[in-house]
Design a protein around this ligand. Structure first.
Ligand SMILES: C[S@@+](CC[C@H](N)C(=O)[O-])C[C@H]1O[C@@H](n2cnc3c(N)ncnc32)[C@H](O)[C@@H]1O
Length: 190
């Protein structure tokens, strides 16, 4: 069973010196840990604070996430969008129906729910059909790693990334260094 004691010593140290998450985020985290069999895949509160910081510092308005799970990371990023006005939006993609249902409920019950649009389906299909008159300032890849290169290609081919936008990749430096180096090569040398 996954619980907070599974956090690494580095994670626990960082958590101690990171701004405490909101009570609502904590409740979503706790509920996910107690009821979701793949809760260990959810980002940690420190990573959530970092994503929120990235959204705020980059002044992103449009955020796209691939891999919603129960909505925790989308809610973290929505907190960073609070001051960004009526155009602000997190679009998050999820293919698993059970995860989708829980995420939908968590998003609906949040005071930031109006900032988040959750889409059900395989992200390769959803990305291929996403309205590309909208460009995203921050895109967070956090789904099936094997498809990262496909997500990256579709995002660039369909012009879904804004000119100053950037892509954040979860687990990019753990077991998937080959995929990451392919992405880096394409990014740097076209
Ligand atoms: C690592 S979890 C996401 C965690 C979430 N970002 C968080 O930290 O709260 C990965 C999620 O991606 C979903 N997923 C996996 N492959 C997918 C695909 N091809 N299309 C859409 N979602 C996918 C899984 O069902 C799972 O819910």
């Amino acid at each position: 069973m996954f619980d907070k004691s599974n956090f690494s010593p580095n994670e626990q140290y960082s958590l101690k010196y990171t701004t405490k998450q909101s009570p609502y985020l904590e409740s979503v985290q706790e509920k996910t840990i107690s009821s979701c069999p793949i809760a260990y895949q959810m980002i940690s509160p420190v990573q959530g604070a970092f994503l929120k910081f990235l959204v705020q510092m980059s002044k992103a308005t449009k955020v796209l996430e691939i891999g919603a799970l129960t909505g925790y990371s989308a809610l973290c990023m929505a907190e960073g969008l609070k001051e960004r006005g009526s155009e602000a939006k997190v679009v998050t993609l999820e293919k698993d129906v059970e995860n989708f249902k829980v995420a939908k409920e968590n998003i609906k019950s949040s005071e930031l729910g109006h900032l988040i649009e959750l889409k059900l389906g395989d992200a390769v299909d959803t990305l291929s059909n996403l309205d590309n008159s909208v460009q995203y300032d921050l895109i967070f890849l956090d789904a099936d790693k094997i498809n990262y290169i496909n997500y990256y290609n579709i995002i660039l081919e369909r012009n879904l990334l804004s000119d100053d936008g950037f892509i954040v990749v979860d687990n990019g430096l753990t077991n998937f260094s080959l995929l990451v180096s392919e992405i880096e090569i394409k990014f740097r040398y076209g």
